[in-house]
Design a protein around this ligand. Sequence first.
Ligand code: IPE
Ligand code: IPE
Ligand code: MG
Length: 267
Amino acid sequence: MKDLDRLAPVGSPERAMLEQLPPERLPRHVAIIMDGNGRWARGRGLPRVEGHRAGIRAVRESVEAAARLELDTLTLFAFSTENWKRPRWEVRTLMTLLKEYLNRELRTLVDNNVRFRPIGRIAELEVEVQEGLDKAVEATRANTGLLFQIALNYSGRAELTDTLVAAVRLARDGALAPESISEDWVTDHLTTAGVADPDLLIRTSGELRISNFLLWQLAYAELYFTPVLWPDFTTRDLLQAVADFARRERRFGGVLEGGGEAPEGEE
Ligand code: IPE
Ligand code: IPE
Ligand code: MG
């Protein structure tokens, strides 16, 4: 049973919204491009890093809300391969905040039955960050609730390139025949292997782009853009996105059932 009381208090508009949502219309996997930390800070006359610090509350809240909604997977884009272009001090602060988050939140992740999984070129991150990630993966390995994927040093093109390189290596060694490469094979050799594609992609801060996130996996995701800056994103915003998703018609290139009578002589 979903933990509705802790998601939205009785009598609140969100609660009414939630109660009207048929469970089968909820997304199973939500992916979020967490954007707008810098603008949030600038709007307050603060340095950019204060925006990143403030963004951690939104991470914590979204993970908890996703767990209470009983989503299968929440994937958060935390650091892209392109983000290395930022000033060194900003990158350093982001890595420090990540380590702090892992230290502080691990207990909560374990207690909420959340399974943690980093995706991206993790081996290129500093050793201390890798150790923190490994520890979180290990501590949550046996959990059976929400899968929380965090994309770090991630980009969709880098991921597809790595998969291509792996395929060529296998083929060179005689372990993979070109005919056996299918869409399923590719899906099973991405860093997200074993995880169903996102149903819903949310991007905060009003930008209308994908920024190299999950290019393969987002093929049929529903897109939701909100002007809310990431540090201001709350459970309520997540529920609004989910409610919007629930109203959409997904066709995957087909037609809806009962999509019209066939002409005479056609099936
Ligand atoms: C998102 O906020 C956090 C990361 C990309 C790490 P930004 O830092 O991109 O914030 P804006 O887009 O400059 O406002
Ligand atoms: C996308 O945000 C990456 C993350 C949220 C980690 P950016 O702020 O880096 O994206 P662009 O540069 O505006 O496309
Ligand atoms: Mg940004």
